[in-house]
Design a protein around this ligand. Structure first.
Ligand code: SF4
Length: 317
């Protein structure tokens, strides 16, 4: 992560692309800076401004558009947060925003304006544990962020050890993009640590396009699957990136070949600065219909939208 590219000029230069005017970049970046690891950039096509991986990380002037209905907190997560860093959105599951750090900054991220707390502090951790202890109905924690795998093995392991001591917890789910963007993060040591507690680990990765999954990524996913850890993928439907049946078919086939189950295709959350990624009404439903005709049922993700305040994601197709 230390070697990641942190500005649009360098990114464009590396890919033989025209450098946009610095003023327009600065305005688009706002408070969500560029962050793209070299391993991810290496999968982009030089000279192609429409490259589907590049579009996910390069700020666009369209991010400045003020659109009715957009919000800095599109899923009303603030209202679901009883203590900073903890989200209680779904029955029997609690989500921990384990860190604000990510290994890549995705321009469409619904948490791009999230007020991350210094969740590494001992006080924050104590508050989470007290809350979790107090609710015996919760049997699963979802470690999210940010990206929980940006925590070092030791810090992540300590968190898992402390969660392990809460008797009613049974599963620890990790939502992470690191196995995709910096695949060597999935070391044998990390895998062993994920298996070292009583809690059943589940890993949910995030890839949006088949070209994100090259050989090193497939190997990192294999390390998890070979250790008996279920690995699922969630994607976001993104205009210009994966909004065609061919692109989604390719992604789903590549995932199942890597023994990863395509789990969700999300309708874009209306976060301020990302509306240019939104597809027109009905596009997602039609694409899922096409995928059903092309793929085995287990390889077709559910197309979902999250509606603030609803007890579960709404399945659209
Ligand atoms: S890795 Fe996930 S949390 Fe981080 S910016 Fe991308 S979508 Fe958002």
């Amino acid at each position: 992560m230390r070697r990641a590219v942190r500005d649009a000029e360098t990114l464009c230069r590396m890919l033989d692309l025209p450098i946009p005017p610095s003023a327009s970049i600065a305005a688009a970046v706002g408070s969500f800076p560029v962050f793209a690891p070299l391993e991810f950039i290496a999968r982009m096509r030089p000279g192609d401004p429409r490259d589907p991986l590049l579009l996910q990380v390069l700020p666009m002037s369209a991010e400045q558009a003020v659109v009715a209905g957009d919000s800095n907190d599109p899923l009303a997560e603030h209202a679901a947060s009883p203590v900073p860093g903890l989200l209680e959105k779904y029955a029997r599951r609690t989500l921990i925003v384990a860190t604000g750090a990510c290994a890549v900054h995705c321009r469409y991220c619904f948490r791009r304006h999230f007020p991350y707390v210094r969740s590494r502090s001992e006080e924050a951790l104590d508050a989470w544990l007290v809350r979790l202890h107090a609710d015996p109905s919760v049997d699963e924690v979802v470690l999210s962020g940010g990206d929980p795998l940006t925590l070092g093995d030791e810090r992540l392991g300590n968190l898992l050890d402390r969660l392990d001591k809460i008797p009613h917890l049974r599963r620890a789910r990790l939502h992470t993009r690191l196995p995709i963007v910096i695949p060597r993060r999935v070391t044998r040591r990390l895998v062993a640590r994920l298996r070292s507690t009583r809690l059943a680990p589940i890993v949910v990765v995030h890839a949006n396009h088949a070209r994100e999954i090259d050989e090193p990524v497939a190997a990192s996913l294999a390390r998890l699957v070979d250790a008996g850890i279920p690995v699922l993928n969630q994607s976001v439907l993104l205009r210009g990136v994966n909004d065609s049946a061919a692109a989604l078919e390719d992604l789903c086939r590549t995932l199942v070949n890597a023994r990863v189950i395509p789990y969700y295709l999300h309708q874009l959350d209306r976060v301020a600065g990302a509306r240019h990624f939104e597809t027109a009404d009905g596009v997602g439903e039609r694409l899922i219909e096409e995928l059903r005709a092309r793929l085995p049922g287990y390889a077709v993700p559910r197309f979902v939208r999250e509606i603030p305040g609803e007890p579960a994601k709404r399945v659209l197709a």
